[in-house]
Design a protein around this ligand. Structure first.
Ligand code: GLU
Length: 282
């Protein structure tokens, strides 16, 4: 069986130990399986991604001793590919335009704008309102309608599942029944970028023949909605291996904003890759 895995960072900051753990885990899995390791730059959020972070992450990964196939796919170079998928889904009636702001949506479901989110399912605008907003040139996102997706899949909806060879945050493993409804009507094309993470990532996993998605269990819930997108598009379902998240001495997850723990800092402070690998156990 072929084995293709990937590390798919977003260049929104400097990489830290958590990224090193993820990249090393995926790279090692590919080596052990005699398979392929792909690096993909997920930079569709052009307000947060920066070329200097991309250059820095390539340097960090090379320092870790990783090698990867070239050319590296950079998502911002392929927006037309994602637009074609949006057009296709749209032609099949799976999407609806959403002009609402985050504040309007949260107020609509009685939640504070920055509070924990319930599944967001604002539904389509009334046709006359939509026509007026379009006329006014207002920006809109495309949301995936769970109702239309369910109709499109028919009985297949109940069989939606993915294989988890690692574990989710609550130890979920094995064949997992996918519950895309917990994510609500997700945005597949953002107002500002024309595409959003779930669509770009699943599209590229399919295009690049990724057989094993290896990443932190903070993205375990994403597998539920990504499985739905795969089913709707007839894309193959990769196997998932979600891994634990590293925490610092304070018990908190490493974050990109925490500059003192970046790989660049560790390197500058004289840490060797062997020491880091020993510490991470990978
Ligand atoms: N680009 C995502 C991130 O940096 C990872 C996406 C994925 O592995 O599916 O968090």
């Amino acid at each position: 069986m072929s084995f293709v895995t990937r590390f798919a960072p977003s260049p929104t900051g400097l990489l830290h130990r958590g990224h090193a753990f993820s990249a090393l885990t995926a790279h090692r899995a590919a080596r052990e399986a005699g398979g392929r390791f792909i690096l993909r730059i997920e930079d569709i959020d052009q307000t947060r991604c920066r070329p200097d972070y991309e250059a820095a992450l390539l340097e960090d990964l090379a320092w870790l001793g990783l090698d990867w196939e070239t050319p590296v796919r950079r998502q911002s170079d392929h927006l037309a590919d994602y637009a074609a998928v949006i057009d296709d889904m749209n032609a099949r009636g799976l999407l609806y335009r959403c002009f609402r702001t985050r504040r309007e949506i949260m107020e609509g479901i009685g939640q504070a704008p920055h509070g924990p989110a319930d599944p967001v399912r604002p539904g389509p605008h009334a046709p006359d309102q939509e026509a007026r907003l379009l006329d006014e040139g207002r920006a809109f996102a495309w949301r995936l309608s769970l109702d239309r997706a369910r109709e499109a899949l028919g009985e297949g909806w109940d069989d939606l599942a993915f294989v988890e060879e690692g574990a989710g945050p609550d130890g979920e493993t094995g064949v997992i029944h996918a519950r895309p409804e917990t994510a609500g009507d997700v945005v597949l094309a953002r107002k500002d970028a024309g595409v959003a993470y779930h669509l770009a990532a699943t599209h590229d996993d399919a295009l690049q023949g990724v057989t094993h998605v290896i990443r932190g269990h903070d993205l375990f819930e994403a597998a539920h909605i990504q499985r739905l997108i795969q089913a709707l598009m007839g894309w193959p379902a990769p196997v998932y291996r979600h891994h634990r998240l590293l925490t610092g001495p304070d018990g908190k997850r490493y974050a990109k904003r925490d500059r003192s723990r970046t790989l660049a800092e560790l390197r500058a402070a004289g840490m060797t890759v062997e020491q880091l690998r020993g510490e991470l156990g990978v």
